[in-house]
Write a protein that binds this ligand. Structure first.
Ligand SMILES: Nc1ncnc2c1ncn2[C@@H]1O[C@H](COP(=O)(O)OP(=O)(O)OP(=O)(O)O)[C@@H](O)[C@H]1O
Length: 286
């Protein structure tokens, strides 16, 4: 059984995550002055412009901004799928130059799971393809990961027989089974109905409490950012530039309707559509 899914680590990680966050000095991920562009035949599109942020081990860091501000492009650059035209991206001090098993992505689309593979085969696939595990180890790790997302009864099911939420849980299990340094999540719950979306946010937070992973999460929902994140990078409309960084450790599902939560949500809303750029700030509940 792997470290992430061994019972001992589950206990240790529950207390380790906040401590790791508090004691980390060197960023796990350092994004510095990153500009991402697309060249088409007719146009040069700047997706995001000179974006800086640092992410520390155990954080739940959110990229928040309106549609088209370059959140997905930034995430793809961190994933190593899209080289920046300017700036640098470092993971554990090493430049990111290509995709790797240390950064696993979960996408919005339900069709991210090959339909001809069962749930178990889907979760085993990256473990085998990356050479991280033998077939026996991969099966063991896959079943453990599937159990953490409460899908043990569906290990032999095919994706088309699952609901949207269940498919997203499989995608999360597949990513976590790889024990990546960072889990990259590109609006993973945006295509779900409102109730399922809330449920999935809560399940993700429970998983984080148990396993203590590090996550970079993209959304354009202010409420989702405040509930899911520990810090939020607010990006301007297209092309995305950093507007502010908000510390939102203080918030969770229970505080979602509170005056403090609403005040920060209002502030972010104003920021998203204001011309001014705020200096990074701490204390979301202020
Ligand atoms: N493959 C591509 N070729 C050309 N332009 C692209 C490509 N992908 C994205 N863009 C452009 O880059 C900009 C940023 O797109 P991106 O998808 O990163 O934004 P986003 O903030 O993730 O948006 P959304 O929230 O709608 O997913 C947009 O103007 C988009 O049209």
């Amino acid at each position: 059984m792997n470290a992430l899914f061994s019972p001992t680590t589950l206990r240790d990680a529950a207390t380790a995550a906040p401590n790791a966050l508090a004691s980390s000095e060197v960023p796990l991920l350092d994004v510095s002055g990153v500009t991402v562009q697309y060249k088409t035949r007719a146009h040069l599109v700047t997706a995001c412009h000179r974006v800086d942020f640092q992410l520390y081990k155990g954080e739940r860091y959110v990229l928040l901004g309106p549609s088209g501000c370059g959140k997905s492009s930034l995430l793809k650059a961190v994933g190593g799928f899209l080289p920046p035209v300017e700036g640098s991206i470092r993971l554990n001090g090493q430049p990111v130059t290509r995709p790797g098993p240390d950064r696993m992505m979960v996408f919005q689309e339900f069709d991210q799971l090959p339909p001809w593979k069962t749930v178990k085969q889907n979760v085993m696939f990256p473990l085998l393809a990356s050479g991280k595990a033998t077939r026996r180890q991969a099966e063991e790790r896959a079943l453990a990961a599937i159990a953490t997302v409460n899908l043990s009864g569906f290990a032999d099911a095919h994706p088309h027989t699952l609901s949207g939420g269940m498919k997203q849980r499989v995608a999360i299990a597949r990513a976590l089974a790889m024990e990546p340094d960072i889990l990259l999540m590109d609006e993973p719950f945006a295509a779900l109905d409102a109730l399922t979306r809330r449920k999935m946010q809560d399940e993700l937070l429970q998983l984080w409490d148990t396993l203590g992973f590090t996550m970079l999460f993209v959304t354009h929902s202010i409420e989702e950012a405040l509930v899911v994140g520990t810090r939020i990078l607010v990006l301007s409309p297209h092309p995305g530039r950093v507007k502010a960084e908000i510390n939102c450790h203080a918030f969770d599902r229970a505080s979602a309707g509170s005056p403090d939560f609403q005040a920060v949500a209002q502030r972010i809303h104003a920021l998203l559509f204001a011309d001014a750029v705020e200096q990074p700030v701490a204390g979301g509940a202020s």
